[in-house]
Design a protein around this ligand. Sequence first.
Ligand code: MRU
Length: 323
Amino acid sequence: MPIPTIEWVDGRIHLIDQTLLPNEFKQIYCDDVESVWEAIKSLRVRGAPAIGIAGALGAVLGIWKSTELKKVTDYLATSRPTAVNLFWALTRIEQTGVLLDEAQNIIEEDRARCRAIGQHGLNLLRNGDTILTHCNAGGLATSDYGTALAVMFSAHESGKNISVYADETRPLLQGARLTAWELMQAGIDVTLICDNMAAQVMKEGKIQCAIVGADRIAANGDTANKIGTYNVAILAKVHDIPFYVAAPTSTLDLSLKTGDLIPIEQRAAEEVTEGFGSRTAPEGVKVYSPAFDVTPAHLITAIITEKGIAHPPYEESLASQGD
Ligand code: MRU
């Protein structure tokens, strides 16, 4: 990132407003907890680790105007339900005496975790591979460098010649707007496809593996990620293509036995019917818009964390990786 995705500067939060990308690269400033809540809710800051960081820094702002930390963290916890990193970060903040120091620790740790994910994942890629990814699990979704994209950045930096197909990711186009932008900035060959083109691209033999991020991973390896990820996993299985999840251990929720217990965020109908200003569906049509889906563990070839590469059975391999 030319500037950090999110940072604390002189008593306020600076963050890249991701709703404006790729047309405008602009920072916004939050100096109260309400504006942080709004930034998370409206996806100005998004991606599981980045949401966690925003929550932690938001709590620092919130406590300046409140005497009750729990009230502040409970409020921030209502912004988005699926990414466990938010609740993980808020719990860390609740348990510390020095809020800002702990928030900065979370940022620094996340940087290190993303780099380590890149280093571990790099070994799964061969020279000449083409990878399919969905949504955005890059530097914009973390403190820096990303998770799924970290693997691609590391492979590229180590001299491997890789290419990427990026799903556009309906309805809010994180793949088109953010992933394509990040990969192009890094000089990685990227081709944008609509979500419904993935099967054909795989059938044509263009893809050697899929790598995606995660919002919450249950103890058995079931993984919640952006809606459409499950489709990619099914397609990968049918075409005998490895399907990898890359995520820091702060995304593990070992308290949940299976992915059926992961809360799935529902988003507003307008994001589907008039997402970017122009109406694309009849007035009054019924809309169902889950923002995430859960990929069953049996479709996941391996999970890459900062601690290494976890293979099935995930009940065992993830248990030893708990944060
Ligand atoms: O709704 P979003 O844009 O916050 O969804 C983001 C994703 O699904 C990412 O893949 C996930 O958070 C991993 S980010 C490293």
